[in-house]
Every structure is written in structure tokens, then in C-alpha cells.
Design a protein around this ligand. Structure first.
Ligand code: UT7
Length: 325
């Protein structure tokens, strides 16, 4: 039976020029390169320049994705920007990106699910494309997390970085089987009882300030492997695939130990895991499209590759998407 699937036509990414190494951080807070690398797998991260905005990074990533997809911006009728660090409280950063790309039809909005934002964005765009409301979507993850970090808190400021990634999705008729291209299954979840484990201590509606990121890392870590493995198993059951049939595992990049734990639990072999954490840190909603871009540039993403994406973040929010490239 023919069905409409959201096929990923192109991927792009952008990283700011400035690199902050662990050695640089050891001059700012009481930390060491050894501690950061051993506990997280991170060696360096990119930091947005003064005046470089989330929208600037998102636009650069989107332009590259559009060129690689061979899609003209005016053919896009849905722009979703997953971000927890919008340029302004309103309007949405997605609307600025839409305007800069010369798009004035369809809809553009931001999506706030913190580190799970890109997975939420893919699931949301997929729903619109499958119902026929829109035909081509840009899903962007873009973050300037450096602007919400407390640079005196060594337990959080060493973990995050800035950047953006984007994909172009297109509604295409497919056969309706598990060999189809495009998004085959997605699952998104949230549970607000865990808000106090990972949050920003400010906001326009509470303190009228931006606030700083606060995290109980040990507790977040404890939940991550279990929650992420749960949604991955759900998308595998929905599609009838076994974990060893996955060609590429493209996870949110929070901690190398979390990635290893999930891969071990699922039985995914290390060469199938895309790890960008070492040079980028945790870029929140941008980390999955940045990792997809890295896989694409290393020629690991081929037409027909079965790709698993997953994330967990503040809220808690979490989710997984299984797609065929
Ligand atoms: O993307 C959103 C989701 N976020 C995550 O998934 C993050 C999940 N959590 C983690 O990745 C880890 O919990 C962290 C990397 C944040 C922390 O690693 P940990 O092994 O859980 O360390 P910890 O928080 O239990 O701290 C261990 C020790 C503490 O010292 P004491 O109390 O044992 O004396 C910390 O004060 O390490 C200390 N510490 C540091 N030492 C040097 C914390 N941060 C640092 C640091 N440098 N940067």
C-alpha cells in the first residue's frame, strides 16, 4: 500500500570558529583535561563569536542542507528550529531563519525540547508531511548554549558547546514497507516530574532574566540509559527491525559513557556509532544533525542506510527516530 514518508534529502551543519579546549577551561575553573576527557569524552567545544546568533548558525546549516538536497529555499513550506537558546524571547528564531532564506509561505516555529529538540522536530515535521499539510520541511537544531552557562560552575560549563545542524525533509510516496526510504518510526516522550534535575534558573515569565543552566548530572546520567533504551526498543518493535540491522547509530552527544552504555545494552557495535562529542561537546538540539553531517562527510551515510537517532534532555524529554537515508 502506497504511503507518504518524510525522506531526508540533505544535511548541513555549522560550527563557530572559536574552539575552547579543556586546557583553556582549566584556566577558568578548577578542572583538568584528564577529568573532562575521562568522565565525558570531551576534549574541545566551539563557542559562538560575540554577536553570532543562534539564527546565524541555523541559517548557515540550513543553506548547506538545501544545497546538498538540491532544493531551492522557496520550495520549503515548513521551518522548525529546535532550540533552547533563541535569539529573542519572541518572535521565533525559525521565523528569522525563514525570512533570511527568502521563504514567505507556509509556517515557521521554534520547538523547545532542549537536547531532544531535533528528535521532536523530526517527529513533528513528519506528522505534518504525512498528512499532506506541508511538502518540504527544514528541521534545524541550533544552539548558543555558551550564553546560558554559568562559567563559574565546573560541573556544567565544561560539557556544552555551540553549533547548528539541519536537514531537508520531503514528502514522497513510498511502498509502505520496512524497506521504504524516509522516517519509518518515531517516539517522543516527556515527564515533567524531573524538571528540577536539569533546568535554567531564569526565564521571561519568572525572573525576567535569561538564567543559567543547572544540572544534577549524576541523576540525569542515571535516567539516560534506561529511558533512551526504552524508546529505541519501541521504534525497533514498531518497524520489526533488530538492533543489529541498524547501519548507523547517531545519538545525542551528552557523554561518551552514556553512548557506550546504550550501545552495549542494544548490542550495537562501536564502528556503527557516530561520536562527535570529543571535538564539539554537547550542543543540545544541534548535536544529532551535527553528527549526521559528520557521518555524511565521512561517506558513512549512503542511500538505503538504516539510521537510528535518539536523545534525552531537560524536562525530561526523550525520543528516538528510525529512518532510512
Ligand atoms: O544533554 C542533556 C543530558 N545531560 C546528560 O546526559 C548529562 C549526564 N551526566 C553526566 O554526563 C555526568 O554525570 C557528568 C559528566 C555531568 C558528571 O560526571 P559524574 O561521573 O556523574 O561526576 P559527579 O557529578 O558525580 O562528580 C564527581 C566528582 C565530584 O567531586 P566529589 O563530590 O566526588 O568530591 C565533583 O565535584 O567530580 C567533581 N567534578 C569535577 N572535577 C573536576 C564535577 N565537575 C568537575 C570538573 N572537573 N569539571
Amino acid at each position: 500500500m502506497a504511503v507518504i514518508r518524510s525522506v531526508i534529502r540533505g544535511v548541513g551543519a555549522y560550527l563557530p570558529k572559536r574552539v575552547l579546549t579543556n586546557a583553556d577551561l582549566s584556566r577558568i575553573v578548577d578542572t583538568t583535561d584528564e577529568w573532562i576527557r575521562e568522565r565525558t569524552g570531551i576534549s574541545a567545544r566551539h563557542i559562538a563569536a560575540d554577536g553570532e546568533l543562534t539564527s546565524d548558525m541555523g541559517i548557515a546549516a540550513a543553506r548547506q542542507a538545501l544545497v546538498r538536497a538540491g532544493v531551492d529555499p522557496v520550495e520549503i513550506d515548513l521551518v522548525i528550529c529546535a532550540t533552547a537558546t533563541p535569539d529573542r524571547t519572541f518572535p521565533a528564531t525559525a521565523v528569522r531563519i525563514q525570512a533570511e532564506l527568502g521563504i514567505s509561505k507556509g509556517a515557521a516555529f521554534d520547538l523547545q525540547a532542549v537536547c531532544s529538540g531535533f528528535v521532536y522536530g523530526l517527529a513533528t515535521a513528519d506528522s505534518f508531511l504525512k498528512t499532506g499539510q506541508f511538502k518540504r520541511a527544514l528541521v534545524i537544531g541550533a544552539e548558543a548554549f555558551s550564553r546560558i552557562l554559568d562559567w563559574t560552575d565546573r560541573s556544567t560549563c565544561v560539557l556544552f558547546g555551540d553549533g547548528a545542524g539541519a536537514v531537508v525533509l520531503e514528502a514522497q510516496p513510498q511502498h509502505g514497507g520496512r524497506e521504504d526510504r524516509g522516517i519509518l518510526a518515531s517516539r517522543i516522550r516527556s515527564d515533567g516530574r524531573f524538571e528540577e534535575l536539569l533546568y535554567v534558573d531564569g526565564g521571561p515569565g519568572s525572573t525576567a532574566t535569561t538564567g543559567h543552566l543547572r544540572m544534577n548530572g549524576r541523576e540525569v546520567f542515571r535516567h539516560a540509559v534506561q529511558k533512551i533504551s526504552g524508546v529505541i526498543e519501541e521504534v525497533l518493535v514498531m518497524t520489526g527491525y533488530a538492533a543489529d540491522e541498524i547501519d548507523l547509530y547517531v545519538p545525542h552527544q551528552a557523554n561518551a559513557r552514556i553512548l557506550d552504555g546504550i550501545a552495549r545494552k542494544l548490542g550495537v557495535t562501536p564502528e556503527k556509532i557516530i561520536v562527535t562529542l570529543g571535538e564539539q561537546g554537547n550542543t543540545s538540539a544541534a548535536s544529532i544533525p551535527l553528527a549526521l553531517n559528520s557521518a555524511f562527510e565521512q561517506h558513512k551515510l549512503k542511500e538505503g542506510s538504516l539510521v537510528l537517532m535518539e536523545a534525552m534532555g531537560g524536562g525530561f524529554t526523550w525520543g528516538a527516530v528510525l529512518a532510512r537515508w
